[in-house]
Structures are given as structure tokens and as C-alpha cells.
Design a protein around this ligand. Structure first.
Ligand SMILES: Cc1cc2nc3c(=O)[nH]c(=O)nc-3n(C[C@H](O)[C@H](O)[C@H](O)COP(=O)(O)O)c2cc1C
Length: 373
């Protein structure tokens, strides 16, 4: 056993080709990311409202969040001093550049950025290193969902910055949280957008993944470097991992499976929501971010739209948020869940969340994913 190859991203070498996907708000912080890094995978802390526990969060969310980036990184490093730890920073975040810069200065090994294309990410990481007077070591990875989006970002970085990504994350239609597809695209891929449908056109999407691998290789060849590609979305078992590797990817990004671990930063109620969920409880919903997102249909989601919504307080989370038309405040809904009030909150999850039957340790999950148990 132990036959899977390590994941190599430049000078970063992860023993297991498994990245734990970033999960906001408050789901993947230092405890989960540190534990994953300690077992030889790559741990990712989500910066989405990362400072929600800070006393000044409501008054000064940006400051609270930036402070928490440093704190969470420090705690994760204490758990896994030799491990690989990075941040997931959503492009749609208000003050995105400040988050990127803080993550670099906090010593992130890697920044993974999706929910939009991270057009200016190379510039922000370089500026941060210059400002801090440090040699830039943070690797950068865009999240893409199609050959088209991979091409756009590779072309842009090539033309504007004369560089290529260090890693590419391909997020497919079975992922949790916000999805990089329109409802129309999801339907074309055979995903039933009202209920989860695991019979989606996997063969079609596998071809898309192969197309992305070919495209990324062209840019790798141009810059004389190996750019690893990892896939995400619905990867839950060792068989799922083997299937992805058979497509030619270098590793996987897994989120949902890590939620029901002892070490996950989510409150017990959030983990229980996964354990209790049935397949038909997992739905695609339209989030105020303007993208479809996958979540558990709980009392909160059932009630959305039933009473007119009035925003009481803005937490400054998104670059673009139409306060007049949103059906609810996404920060409030996610913080409710992160604080254990899941019935009043949005519970994001991947399409396979219903498979959880109880809590596991991160080590058990990792061993199962890589086939070492
Ligand atoms: C609870 C939850 C929160 C998430 N939050 C984020 C996030 O803040 N930013 C992001 O880019 N992706 C987010 N994701 C997506 C994951 O990082 C990951 O790519 C995806 O869920 C992988 O599919 P899986 O959950 O089926 O393993 C989230 C996923 C879940 C389940």
C-alpha cells in the first residue's frame, strides 16, 4: 500500500496528494488545516469572515479578519510545524488584495483562489513580499471549472505577468459551497439543480478535466515547470481518488469528507447536520453571491423568501452585493451555522455529505482516501 505519489508543487512536497479544500465561514480554520498538514496532506484555512469570533468583528470586520489570518496561521503551524499550510481566499471578497497580502506576510505556503477568476493575484503576492522585504515563497493557484476559464486565467497571467500558475484546482459540479457553473451549465452536465443527482454526466466532465490538463501542460512547457492539476468535488472515497488519478491529475482536493472529523473547526451541530442529512436533503440554492451553491435544505433554507428580507447590518463581505435585492445576508447565515445555530443558518455541503455516518479523525480520513488502512 502507500502507492500514491506525493503531490509536488515547486519546492513543496506533500506526502499525500490530498489538499483539504478551504471552507468558510469558520469550517476550515487552524485545527482542521493543521491536522491535515500534520498527516502529510495540504491544510487550507478559509479567510471568509475568518475573524467572526473576534470581539470587534461586527464593528470592524476587515481588521478582525486580517488579525485572525495571522492568528490562525500561527496556530496551524504549531500543530504541524513541518506541514504545508495555505489559505483559500475568494476573489469575490471585498478588499481581496488586503487578504492576499496578509496571507503572504503570515507565511502562507499556498493561496488558492476561486469564486471568480484571480486576475491580479500574481501582482498582489509580489507586492506583499516587497512590502514585507521577504523572498516570495507563496505558491498561487486559481480554481477553474472549465477549459474556458482555465484558458482565460493562464492566458492573462502569461500576457500580463509572464508567469503561469503553480497549481490549478479544477472544481467540478459535485462540489460544496459556491459552484463555478451557472444553473444552465449544471443542467447541461446532467446535474438536477433542484435535487442532488449523482448520475451527472461524469464522462463528459472527465473529458473537460482532461482538456484542462492538456492546456495546463502547454503553459507548464512554456515556463519549463511542472504545474500540477488537482480535481475537487464529490471525492469521498479511495475509489473516487483513484478515478481522478486515472484521468491524469496529480492529486485531489477534498472538503466535505473532512467536515465530519473530530478536528474540524465546525461546531458539533454543523457536523451533525451532515451526519443526519439524507441524499434528498442536499440541494442547489441561489446564494446572494449570485452563484448557485450546494447546501442542506434545513429550516433556514426552507424559510428563505417567505418573509421579505431587510438588512440590519452589513459585514462588508462581498465586493458586489445588492443590498436591495438579496434574499438574506450570507455572512449572517454562515456565521449562524458556524456558531452552532444551524437551523437558522446556511449549511453548505458537497453532494456526498449524506454519506457521513459518524465522526472520524483526520488521520482515519486521510488513510482511507489514500488507501493506506
Ligand atoms: C462547508 C463548505 C464551505 C466551503 N467554503 C468555500 C470557500 O469559502 N471558498 C472556496 O473557494 N470554496 C469553498 N468550498 C468548496 C471546497 O473548498 C471544495 O473545493 C469543494 O467542496 C470540494 O468538493 P467536496 O466538498 O465534495 O469534497 C466550501 C465547501 C464546503 C463544503
Amino acid at each position: 500500500m502507500g502507492t500514491l505519489k506525493p503531490l509536488v508543487i515547486g519546492d513543496l512536497v506533500a506526502k499525500h496528494p490530498v489538499i483539504q479544500g478551504g471552507m468558510g465561514v469558520g469550517i476550515s480554520l487552524s485545527s482542521l488545516a493543521g491536522a491535515v498538514a500534520k498527516t502529510g496532506g495540504i491544510g487550507i484555512i478559509s479567510t471568509a469572515q475568518i475573524g467572526f469570533r473576534e470581539p470587534d468583528f461586527k464593528k470592524n470586520p476587515l481588521e478582525a479578519n486580517l488579525r485572525a489570518i495571522g492568528q490562525e496561521m500561527k496556530k496551524a503551524r504549531e500543530i504541524a510545524p513541518e506541514g504545508i499550510i495555505g489559505f483559500n481566499i475568494m476573489v469575490a471578497t471585498k478588499n481581496y488584495a488586503s487578504y492576499v497580502k496578509k496571507a503572504v506576510k503570515a507565511g502562507a505556503d499556498l493561496i488558492i483562489s476561486g469564486a471568480g477568476l484571480p486576475v491580479s493575484l500574481p501582482e498582489y503576492v509580489a507586492e506583499a513580499a516587497e512590502e514585507a522585504g521577504i523572498v516570495l515563497k507563496t505558491k498561487i493557484a486559481p480554481i477553474v471549472s472549465t477549459v474556458k476559464s482555465a484558458m482565460v486565467i493562464c492566458k492573462l497571467w502569461d500576457r500580463k505577468y509572464h508567469r503561469a500558475p503553480d497549481l490549478v484546482v479544477v472544481e467540478g459540479p459535485l462540489a460544496g459551497g459556491h459552484l463555478g457553473f451557472s444553473r444552465e451549465e449544471l443542467k447541461n452536465l446532467g446535474v438536477d439543480t433542484s435535487e442532488v443527482d449523482l448520475t451527472y454526466k461524469q464522462a463528459d466532465y472527465d473529458e473537460e478535466v482532461k482538456g484542462i490538463i492538456r492546456l495546463v501542460k502547454e503553459y507548464g512547457d512554456k515556463y519549463n515547470k511542472k504545474i500540477p492539476v488537482v480535481t475537487a468535488g464529490g471525492i469521498y472515497t479511495h475509489e473516487d481518488v483513484l478515478h481522478q488519478l486515472s484521468l491524469g491529475v496529480d492529486g485531489v482536493q477534498v472538503a466535505t469528507r473532512f467536515v465530519t472529523t473530530v478536528e474540524c473547526d465546525a461546531p458539533e451541530e454543523f457536523k451533525q447536520a451532515y451526519i443526519l442529512a439524507e441524499k434528498e436533503d442536499i440541494v442547489i440554492t441561489k446564494s446572494p453571491v449570485g452563484m448557485p451553491g450546494r447546501a442542506i435544505k434545513n429550516p433556514f433554507l426552507k424559510g428563505v423568501g417567505e418573509v421579505p428580507f431587510r438588512l440590519e447590518h452589513c459585514y462588508q463581505c462581498l465586493e458586489r452585493c445588492d443590498r436591495e435585492t438579496i434574499p438574506y445576508c450570507i455572512t449572517k447565515a454562515l456565521v449562524n451555522s458556524a456558531e452552532g445555530r444551524t437551523g437558522e443558518g446556511l449549511v453548505f455541503c458537497g453532494s456526498k455529505a449524506y454519506l457521513a455516518t459518524g465522526l472520524e479523525t483526520v488521520e482515519e480520513v486521510m488513510n482511507d482516501l489514500v488507501g493506506e488502512n
